[in-house]
Design a binder for this molecule. Sequence first.
Ligand SMILES: [Zn+2]
Length: 244
Amino acid sequence: MTELLYLFDHYLKEFDASIIETPDPNSVVLDRTAVYPRGGGQPSDKAKLVSSNDGFTIKIVEAIKDEGKVIHKLSTALDETKRQTLPGNKVHGTIDWDLRYKHMRHHTALHILSGVVFLKFNARITGGQIYPERARLDLALSDLSKERQSIIEEEMNKIVNEDHEVKTVWLDREEALKRSELYRLTGDMLPKGVEKLRLVDIVGFDAQLDGGTHVSHTGEIGKIKISKTENKGKDNKRIEIVLI
Ligand SMILES: [Zn+2]
């Protein structure tokens, strides 16, 4: 099991951990990590690990979740001796903060977008993806007129300018099941076997169940602009946003 430190502190940039396995020459598993593994539309972090034993440096190009573990993918394969001696080593990890912070600003911006279309037009999410310089959301929406686009843009920037606090709250599964407004994906099912679910609450605006990383105040996002819209079907519209 890997303890997911980023779930509890979105601003954790450095951490200490132990290598517990090297499942193949290109992967290490840690007992705890602040490196975000790709998921929920948010891309993986990049990071650096330095061994406390001998200063050996490992560059992490991607992290992925595998059951309860986070597999950290290496830029260069380990030789066999290194692979066998690394487990048990303590490491100091540093994440690529510039990249992560861009993902955080875009992720919170997408929650504002989905909050606005849910509250104004009762539309749920059919898909989405975050990139360092843009993000997009697909929405179960039949009408995305120019007029609606201006309303959405105006409302999003109002929430940014009001600088709402963004906080996380843990909910019991039973409590979460009673509140269908908290999960936004069309046909979304709560993950099986999970007793506690995490809510990302843009205080005074909108809350959604989510496992990603977010800024602590909406003012950190900057101005949100709709850069592109696309018709993905009768009841499916894509909105792309950029931060300016
Ligand atoms: Zn999210």
